[in-house]
Design a binder for this molecule. Structure first.
Ligand code: WT7
Length: 649
């Protein structure tokens, strides 16, 4: 981290929006952006009303905002439906036959669903859910590969007011079980499998294992993706997607739902082991994702938009599904890995479908850099007009590579900062308006009021590192943590009094540009995936050989951060490289491959303060050190260091 911070401190290149881009952009000058900011500042409720009016409402709202710190309600009394806004309202004119989703499977097949076709499938599946007894307010867990049926399931839930909770397909049984039980899901929608790096990924067996202890689940719907012969269907509980739909009709009116009706729960890692169920509601979330899709990505009817994120993450919810479809955009969706069968798969897809807007993560960009320029150079990238990045700080070197090699210096880059909790993009350039500086997410979108503060909440001067907070409520903010108001208050609103605390450190420079420095809590960001150190530690200690575990991050040139685990062994176990391997596999089994530690280090004791707190800072230093204190499979005597440090304190 230190190296990249120094380099961003020196970063001064300013890249103006290309003139021809600005000419036709939704927001076409910096003055226009500033005007919107002033309007939002002078009359926030009037500003958000005007934006909300871009959606179709069944009933108008009576009141824009009720702010009962720290609980917000937006567009009170208004009634709408997210699925209706993403589908039905596009069917009246020519967009009926516009491609909504262009999908490509990893093995190479492709499917296109027009808005009319997608609408029809969503209605049919919504009726299928009803047949299973799902009604408004019930929770439905969705654990699927990146296939159109995942979007169909999501929008079908929204259509009938069921609350979806999408579980990333890379999560293992234990993680699935925790999420299903926390949400008390009634139905699970899954697939027999999916494809990744040429392999068939097993999904149904993970669900079966998870469901050995999920009392709330009554039915499982299984979509046939791979034709896997070896899965078992549990009589009375499981049914095939195609069987469920065989008798459903395509008529399913969208329910008129209260603006604050819960839309989805999405679990994300916090500072403790237990994942947090971030709750988003209908009206505000849709307002936030619709307007940011339109402005930040400058979405037009002629665009082909590809956000490479999995729908299992918030980026996929907001910028594969709700935001772009609400704007009637054409969305590209790809099932598999970026380097399968070769490292040019992304560029092949951009070329094949004439993608005009590409939104991906710094970790992917750094991997492409490493694989070499010859891969993108094999394909025409001339359809691209805008590039986006999200998930972690982007180092200026990767930014410049993206700009030069992919964008050919023609395409503006939007570095978008936001979180699962914020629902939609908060800090970002507007591509036709904001001059960009590599490494900075630039400025807040109109109506968003961030600040850099100290622990007490006092604003800090320019160029001083501090905590990134948001001072005013915004429509797409999380409403609470599902079933845990107390944790919601404690995690986001009590740490720094009076404001929403993001968990990120940042600074603001003299031109008002924000520079994100990364998490300041016990959250690790590996390849743009958020993991809590405690979550990995509890997975490790559930292994019989482990007595205690401490997990820290270490900088990594591709994934941004990598996981290093320090482990003390239970009596009778000896350090060995087999055990290291075994522990890594165990974490994958418990959480999923995304949490696999890069390194396991055995130690005699963990360094602790006199009050018993693990001294992570010290471990982090050790993990970052070039030299290990010994061979990795042997014991490290960190207790010595700890004693030294402890004596100094
Ligand atoms: C954390 C949120 C919603 C985006 C996907 C991740 C980091 C996100 C940026 C960016 C620097 C970023 C922050 C944030 N982050 N975007 N453009 N520059 N850091 O969502 O899993 O909720 O993680 O990702 O640390 O707090 P998430």
């Amino acid at each position: 981290m230190k190296e990249s911070i120094t380099s961003v401190l020196r970063e001064q290149r300013v890249i103006e929006p290309p003139k021809d881009f600005s000419l036709s952009a939704h927001i076409s000058s910096f003055e226009e952006y500033e005007k919107l900011c002033r309007a939002a500042q002078d009359d926030p409720e009037g500003y958000w009303s005007k934006i909300a009016a871009e959606l179709d409402w069944f009933e108008p709202w009576q009141k824009v905002l009720e702010w009962n710190y720290p609980y917000a309600k937006w567009f009170l009394g208004g009634r709408l439906n997210a699925s209706y806004n993403c589908l039905d309202r596009h069917l009246t004119g020519w967009r009926k036959n516009k491609a909504a989703i262009i999908w490509e499977g990893e093995p190479g097949e492709s499917r296109t669903l027009t808005y009319q076709q997608l609408h029809r499938e969503v209605c049919r599946f919504a009726n299928g859910l009803k047949r299973l007894g799902v009604s408004s307010g019930d929770r439905v867990a969705i654990y699927m590969p990146m296939v159109p049926e995942l979007v169909i399931a999501v929008l079908a839930c929204a259509r009938i007011g069921a609350v979806h909770t999408v579980i990333f397909g890379g999560f293992a049984a234990h993680a699935i079980r925790d999420r299903i039980n926390d949400a008390k899901a009634k139905v699970v929608v899954t697939a027999d499998g999916g494809y990744r790096r040429g392999q068939e990924i097993q999904l149904k067996p993970n669900v079966d294992e998870a469901l050995t202890n999920c009392p709330s689940v009554q039915s499982v719907v299984v979509f046939r993706r791979t034709g896997n012969q070896f899965i078992t269907m549990h009589h009375g509980r499981d049914c095939w997607w195609h069987d469920l739909l065989s008798e459903t009709d395509a008529n399913c009116p969208a329910e008129s739902l209260d603006s604050e009706h819960p839309l989805f729960i999405l679990y994300t890692s916090g500072t403790t082991g237990k994942p947090k169920g971030v709750l988003h509601t209908t009206g505000g979330y849709l307002v936030g994702t619709t307007i940011t899709s339109k402005w930040v990505f400058d979405l037009k009817d002629t665009d082909t938009f590809w956000c490479t994120a999995d729908i299992g993450w918030i980026t996929g919810h907001s910028y594969v599904v709700y935001g772009p479809l609400s704007n009637a955009a054409t969305v590209v969706m790809y099932e598999g890995a970026p380097n399968w069968p070769q490292p040019d798969r992304f560029w092949q897809i951009v070329d094949k479908y004439s993608v005009s807007i590409l939104y991906t993560a710094p970790t992917a960009i750094r991997a492409f850099m490493k694989w070499g320029d010859e891969w993108p150079s094999r394909h025409s990238l001339s359809s691209l007009r805008l590039l986006g990045t999200v998930g972690e700080p982007i180092n200026p070197e990767a930014w410049m590579w993206y700009y030069n090699v992919i964008g050919k210096q023609r395409c503006p880059i939007v570095d978008t900062w936001w979180q699962t909790e914020t629902g939609a993009i908060m800090l970002s350039p507007l591509p036709g308006a904001t001059p960009t500086v590599p490494g900075s997410a630039t400025k807040p979108l109109p109506g968003i009021v961030p600040d850099i503060v100290d622990k007490q909440g006092n604003s800090l001067p320019d160029n001083t590192g501090g905590y990134l907070v948001i001072r005013k409520p915004w429509p797409s903010m999380l409403r609470t943590l599902y079933g845990d108001d107390e944790r919601y208050e404690r995690q986001y609103w009590n740490e720094i009094p009076g404001v929403y605390f993001t968990g990120d450190g940042a600074r603001r420079d003299e031109r008002g540009y924000y520079w994100i420095m990364g998490r300041v809590d016990d959250v690790i960001n590996v390849a743009g995936h958020r993991l809590s150190t405690m979550e990995i530690e509890s997975a490790l200690v559930s292994h019989p050989a482990v007595a205690e575990a401490a997990v820290v991050d270490r900088p990594d040139s591709i994934t941004g951060q990598a996981i290093v685990a320090f482990v003390t062994l239970a009596a009778g176990f000896q350090p060995s490289s087999e055990l290291q391997q075994d522990l890594k596999d165990h974490v994958c089994k418990e959480i999923g491959a995304l949490a696999r530690p890069q390194e396991i280090r055995f130690t005699e004791a963990l360094p602790k303060t006199r009050s018993g707190k693990i001294m992570r800072r010290l471990l982090r230093d050790v993990a970052r050190g070039e030299e290990s204190l010994g061979d990795t499979s042997t014991l490290e005597d960190i207790s010595v260091l700890a004693r030294l440090r402890d004596e100094q304190e």
